[in-house]
Design a binder for this molecule. Structure first.
Ligand code: NAD
Ligand code: ZN
Length: 369
């Protein structure tokens, strides 16, 4: 098992990565937190696949059935919204959970972001345990304390920073993850590689037929991603100095792609992958990077994105509009670009014409026109 410690303004917490962690680590962890009751927030399908192991580990410490209740909501990014949050508050209220309780976020990034927001805001804060079950959530969303939900026109527009007591990543549960979701997670791993770590790119370059059989290799790459994220969130927890903003590589374009397609056509990882291709092209167009950066990105990302079906009716204008509507809500149009691989730079307002061209170039490529 790997253990990485995350330092934050409210204290330090561990991220545990390995196998059989529900049986071997969860009871001790919850025993130390000593909650009066536990709310498991998840989806029915995840509970069906892995819930028994989780519940069996929790029941003995929390007084059995009476001490544990579940809030299960419908899957999909389109349900990461305030109406799902409100339903959750009602379930929390009916169950009687209070500030001495514990919210267990058991699922992918959608569950983690929404359950984290519930924990942060219900009764002004209940403790939170992140138990990620997707590759995406293990390498990225469960770590660092960003929690929140989407508005129709703006991704992650409502949220806060709320650090968990711990993150428990049992890599064994990835065995049931559909291939499309695995590839979404691999995109975020590629993001760390492109930003900081060439060796990681070499490793995942060999994973195109799926995750490696070798448990040590997979757990090691997940731990390396968490270590990169830990380095960044430790020095810039609240995303104020530009250090943490680097993790948004591909996300300005990616979020616009998700918003412009109503959160249903592209998975988050797919949108970010296309977003990184656009960012690489923009890096070239604005003269920051030499020609070749985009081609390098294609070699890294296209094997992962090979099955993505790009919505044919989407045009470049809609994507740039989605970015601008984000900007109107007070965000500066800031882009993480690369001077070369592993050399990220933060660039403000590179010019609308260049942005439009970068978007159009990649869309043409993705649509195969
Ligand atoms: N807070 C952050 O810092 C941060 C960082 C990155 C991404 N995110 C957010 O994360 C979300 C994307 O997360 P995601 O890619 O995990 O998507 P997701 O949570 O929607 O999960 C994808 C699908 O996989 C299913 N699933 C989960 N675990 C499974 C398992 N073990 N076996 C079988 N099926 C399983 C889920 O039910 C769901 O249908 C986005 O909302 C994104 O904005 C947040
Ligand atoms: Zn992301």
């Amino acid at each position: 098992m790997a253990e990485i410690r995350i330092r934050s303004s409210v204290g330090e917490y561990p991220v545990l990565i390995g196998r059989d962690l529900y049986e071997n680590e969860l009871p001790d962890l919850i025993g130390r937190i000593r909650p009066t009751s536990v709310a498991v927030v998840s989806h029915a399908s995840i509970m069906g696949l892995h819930g028994k192991r989780l519940i069996e580990a929790i029941y003995p410490i929390c007084g059995g059935e009476n001490g544990v209740f579940q809030y299960l909501f419908a899957e999909g990014e389109e349900n990461k919204n305030l109406s799902t949050v409100e339903d959750g508050y009602e379930v929390f209220l009916a169950s009687g959970i209070n500030r001495e309780g514990l919210v267990v976020a058991f699922g992918g990034g959608v569950v983690g972001d929404l359950a984290g927001f519930l924990a942060a805001t219900y009764m002004r804060g209940t403790r939170l345990l992140q138990v990620p079950t997707t590759l995406m959530a293990m390498v990225d969303s469960s770590v660092g304390g960003k929690v929140g939900v989407d508005l129709k026109g703006a991704k992650n527009a409502v949220g806060t920073f709320y650090q968990p007591q711990a993150v428990l990543s049992d890599v064994g549960v990835l065995g049931t993850l559909p291939e499309r979701e695995l590839r979404g997670g691999m995109v975020e791993i590629a993001k760390y590689g492109l930003l900081y770590d060439e060796i990681m790119l070499q490793k995942i370059g060999k994973w195109h037929d799926g995750l490696p059989e070798n448990a040590e290799e997979l757990d090691g790459v997940i731990a390396a991603c968490v270590a990169h994220k830990a380095d960044v969130v430790t020095v810039d927890e609240r995303d104020l100095t530009g250090k943490r903003a680097m993790l948004n590589y591909g996300h300005t374009f990616g979020h616009a792609l998700e918003t412009a397609t109503a959160y249903i056509h592209l998975r988050h990882g797919e949108a970010v992958g296309i977003g990184m291709l656009m960012a690489a092209r923009l890096s070239e167009l604005c003269g920051l990077a030499g020609e070749g950066l985009h081609e390098y990105h294609r070699c890294v990302l296209m094997p992962i994105l090979k099955d993505v079906v790009f919505p044919r009716d989407l045009d470049a204008g809609r994507i740039v509009n989605a970015m601008q509507s984000d900007k109107k809500k007070g965000h500066v149009m800031r882009f993480v670009l690369l001077q070369e691989p592993q050399e990220p730079r933060l660039v403000e307002s590179p010019g609308e014409a260049l942005i439009m061209r970068a978007v159009a170039d990649i869309m043409r490529d993705m649509k195969g026109d």
